[in-house]
Design a protein around this ligand. Sequence first.
Ligand code: UD1
Ligand code: MG
Length: 392
Amino acid sequence: MKRLNIVILAAGKGERMLSSKPKVMHEILGKPMVGYVIERAKELSPDNIVVVIGYGREKIETYLKAYHVHYSVQKEQKGTAHALLTAKKFIKDGDILVLYGDVPLIEHSTLRSFLAFYEQFKSITFMTTDVDNPKGYGRVIMHKDEIQEIVEDVDATPDIKQIKRINTGICIIPGKLFHLLKTIKSDNKKGEYYLTDICKIAKREGLTVKGYQHQKSSEVLGINTRKELLEAHFTIKERILEEHMQNGVTLLDRNIYVENNVKIGKDTTIFPNCYIMGDTTIGENVVIGPNVIIKDSKIHNNVSIEGFVVMEGVEMEEGAKAGPFSRLRPATHLGKDVRVGSFVEVKNSILREDTNANHLSYIGDAEIGKHVNIGAGTITCNYNRRRKKCAE
Ligand code: UD1
Ligand code: MG
């Protein structure tokens, strides 16, 4: 393929979310939905990625920094065609693949097949799918394998509303037809410039518009409401759990929440209702749970974390044990074979090899050597009622 530009539309407010946060920044398993779309775009190694931002742009701009992509600003949200036109300055030549920031479940293999389909015909192509409940989506009017028109839900007559073939939003426009976008009008109920109207215009010019039919509709649905966000959450959660199981992790329930960036070694077993979040790495042959919360922590091999342990910003070395009912707060470091038991809270402390704090203690801002046995009821702290100081 010649040059490929990918434009991700992400400027809309997302009225139906009833949120002050821009829709595409709503998170699924710890990652904003637009992040998934950018990752899928990057996997295609295009020449250019442009994200169109607008509503709540400061929040999205900050998030985009880590991805090193271009962004263009759509000051007023006047519709998807208008949004795409704002990306023009970054598009010198080549075809334009359009992805929607609110369609985050799309898979790499699907996009590859879509591009391969496009390569056969090189016409404007929209990805379509059939759904039982098409409410809210643009309905696709087909003639043989060509698209005649896409009618938005709000503009559809009762007859058109019966059509179950919907527009996923994902489309590709040959570079030489990009100028057609400028001729789109906003003569519809919403008064918006609809990207989907490019179909009508292309037809008028005697051009064909192809419909690529994708079978697995659950993967290409848009997220417009909180209910759809929850559905997407379930889909991604399952994908993450599947991947860990394929890598040799035993899960004793599906009710386990593992965020995107978490790494888990083989032969680790996780009991029900555990939450493993943020930048967490878990070694091999670790036992976790039930009912454990782990955030931003590093767990080495052969560690045991029993029920109802809550930890954040912790490192546990090989063979260490925590729980049940321990609270481990940021900058806690448990050395090799250390044991921390029930109703023990540890903060900003290091407990060196083979030390125990088995019952009812608070260990704060402390450095404790090897082979120490901390008895029940022990407190170490540095709070002087006026200001807190670090250990000196
Ligand atoms: C859109 C499609 C519809 C399709 C559905 C699939 C149009 C006109 N309609 O409808 O045919 O079935 O997606 O999910 O394209 N956006 C902007 N600027 C704007 C408006 C929207 O960047 O001015 C972005 C949004 O952030 C979002 C995407 O475009 O990521 C789609 O916008 P949305 O308002 O959700 O369109 P839908 O009504 O879902
Ligand atoms: Mg949408």
